[in-house]
Design a protein around this ligand. Structure first.
Ligand SMILES: [Zn+2]
Length: 71
């Protein structure tokens, strides 16, 4: 099961929770104040993997060549 990081809007707590992929888009109850106004944050590892695959795909598809911008 993947580990997701959530941020509670009510008390500002960030917490990590192991959730099934099918449940990852649901808001998880905050362990501190039990509010369900939580948002999933993208974990550092997941963000890195996504951006890497994105940049690889975009750089291969859009073949400008002259200006090698980082994005
Ligand atoms: Zn909370």
């Amino acid at each position: 099961m993947p580990l997701y990081e959530y941020h509670c809007k009510d008390c500002g707590t960030s917490f990590e929770k192991m959730v099934r992929f099918s449940e990852s888009n649901q808001s998880q109850a905050c362990p501190t104040c039990h509010s369900e106004k939580t948002r999933k944050k993208v974990s550092a590892a997941a963000a890195l993997g996504v951006s890497l695959s994105f940049s690889a795909a975009s750089s291969s598809s859009s073949n400008c060549g002259s200006s090698g911008g980082f994005r």
